[in-house]
Design a binder for this molecule. Sequence first.
Ligand code: AMP
Length: 640
Amino acid sequence: MSFDAAAYDAFYRSSVDDPQSFWATQAQRIDWHKPYRKTLDYDKPPFAKWFVDGETNLCYNAVDRHLATRADQPALVAISTETDTEATYTYAQLHTEVNRSAAMMQALGVKQGDRVLIYMPMVAEAAFAMLACARIGAVHSVVFGGFASTSLATRIDDATPLLIISADAGSRGCHVTAYKCMLDEAIALAEHKPAHVLMLDRGLAAMKTVAGRDVDYATLRKQHMDAAVPVTWLESNAPSYILYTSGTTGKPKGVLRDVGGYAVALATSMDLIFCGKAGETFFCTSDIGWVVGHSYIIYGPLLAGMTTILYEGLPIRPDASIWWSIVEKYKVTRMSSAPTAIRVLKKQPLELLQKHDLSSLKALYLAGEPLDQTTSDWIANVLGVPVIDNYWQTETGWPIISVAKGVGDKPTRSGSPGLPMYGYKAKIINEDTGEECTANEKGVVVIEGPLPPGCLQTLYGDDQRFVSTYWRNFKRVAYSTFDWGIRDADGYYFILGRTDDVINVAGHRLGTREIEESISSHGNVSEVAVVGVENPVKGQCAVAFVILKNAAAAANPDDAKKLEAEIMKVVDQRLGPIARPSHVYFVSALPKTRSGKLVRRAIQAICEGRDPGELSVIEDPAALQQIRTAIEANEKNTCP
Ligand code: AMP
C-alpha cells in the first residue's frame, strides 16, 4: 500500500460510496463459522444490520484463533501497582482461564442471551469474564468500579442480569473502596434481583455473604479447572454487550453492540488507525468500565494477536515513571491514553520519563476529550513519536475522526483530531436548517446512516429512545453526536464541545441531570443546577448551585462548608466520587426561562468568566448576579 497523503482520500471515498464492498473486504480479517448472506441490511433505517446471517464469535476470534500460531505468546499482562502484582497470561493460558470462567457462569445457570453484569476493578478475572460471556453468547454489561450504588442500581434494573460478577474491593492510590457493600446496597435498591453474585475475594476488604445468592469465585473455579466450553456461534447481529453512558436525563443509555460488526470494525481499526501488529504490545491506560477499555484493552488488541496490558493504579504511583517503565519492560509499540493523564504527567519531573528506554514506542493515541496544543506538543516532543488524537464516543465503539496512518501519510493538524474515518459519512450541519455548513462554519457533527459496523445497534430495550435521541434532531435525518464542530477548508474537523447537558470530566462523560438528581436527595436541597466548568487538568469539572430549603443552615462560612461536604458525600455515595462536584455554592435563585427551564449555559459562562450572552430568555436576571457574587466571594472556582 502506498503511503502518500492522497491515498487516504481515495480509500475514504470507496468506503462511503460503496460500503457493501468496502466492508466485505474488511470482513475477511476475522474468522466466520458460517459466511454471511448479505453485507448490509438497511431496510429499516436507522437500524443497520451488518453481515446478516453470518456466524462468528468474538471470543473465538480474540483467543482461540491465535492458538495455532501464538499459543505461547503473552496475550494479557495484568499489572497492579495497588496490590504490587504482575501476571502474564499467554494465549494458551488465557484460553484456559476463559474456559474456566465460561464453565463457572454456565454452572450458575447463564445461557446465551442472558445478561451478566461485571462490576469489577482492573483485574485479569474481569477480562476473563468478558471473554467468557462472548464465548457463550451471554451479554456482558461492565459497570465502572467507580460508580456507587444508585448508578449501579439503575443499571441492574435496566440490564436485568441473571448474574453479577464482582470483587471485594478496588483500590486507587492505595485507597481501598469496598465494592461488596455498594453492590448489596444497589441490589437492595433495584427492583430486579440477580439469581447469583459471584464474588472474587482479593483480600482487600471484608465481605458479608448472602446465603443462597453469593458464590465464592475461587471455590467455584476449583470445580472447573479442566473446563472446555465450546464456542457458541452467534449470528453477526446477536448482542455482545451493553455499556451504559450518560445522556441528558437521569436514566443512563444502554448502548447495545453486535458481534460480527464489532469484530470487523475493531480488527480493521487496529490495523488502519492504530497500526498494531500481531506479536507487538498495546498499552491502553483506560478502564474496562469505559468503551475505550472494551475496544482497546480487551477486544481490539486480542483480535489483532497483540499482547495487551491491563493496568490497575495511578499514573503517578509509586512515581510518575510507572507507565514508562511498563512501556520499556513490555516493549510497548502503541499506547493509548487520555489528554488528562498526560496533563497530570506533564507536572512531574521529566527525568522520570527520560530514564526509560522508550525506543519500542511508535505512536501515542489520545482520546476522550479535546486535546490541547500545549499537551500535544509537550508529549510529542518528549516521546519523539507521533501523537494521534482520535475522536469518538461510547456509541460508536471506535474512532469517528482521526488520521489513519495505516492507510496514508495524512499529516495531523494542530487542534484537530483529523478527518472522518473510513465508513463514517460525517458532516457538520446547521442545526436549524439541516444544511451542510460551509468551511469554518460552526454546526453539529452528525453521521449520515447507515452507521458503519461496530457502532451501537440500538439502546438496550428501547428502540424508540434510540431513534428519538439520536436521529430526530434536524430537518435531515442523521445521527447526532451532540458535539459542536467545524471543518476547515481541507476537511479537518475541530470539536468545540457538547450541544447537550453532558459534561466531560477527565475524559469521562457525566450527565448534569444525574448529578442534580443525586444532590436533590439531600434533605435540605430544594433546587439545584450543575454545570461543567473548564479545568486545566481534567478538561471540565462539575460545579453545583443549590437553593436550600432552610437557608439558615449555610448562613455562616463554617456551616456552608459543612453542608458542602455533606452534599459531596451524597454524590459520592449515590454516583461515586467521579461525579462529585468540585464546589457547591448556595444561592436563593437560579436562572430559568419563563417556562421554568434552567439556563445552564449562562451559569457555565459566568463560572468560566465569559459573557453569559442573550439574557432576555431569563426570567430573573438577578439570579445570574447571585451566581457571580457567590463565585467571587469564594474565589474557588477551580478543581482541587
Ligand atoms: P464517551 O462516550 O464517554 O467516550 O464520550 C464521548 C464524548 O467525549 C464525545 O461526544 C466528545 O464530546 C468527547 N470526546 C471524545 N474524544 C474526543 C476528542 N478526541 N476530542 C474532543 N472531544 C472528544
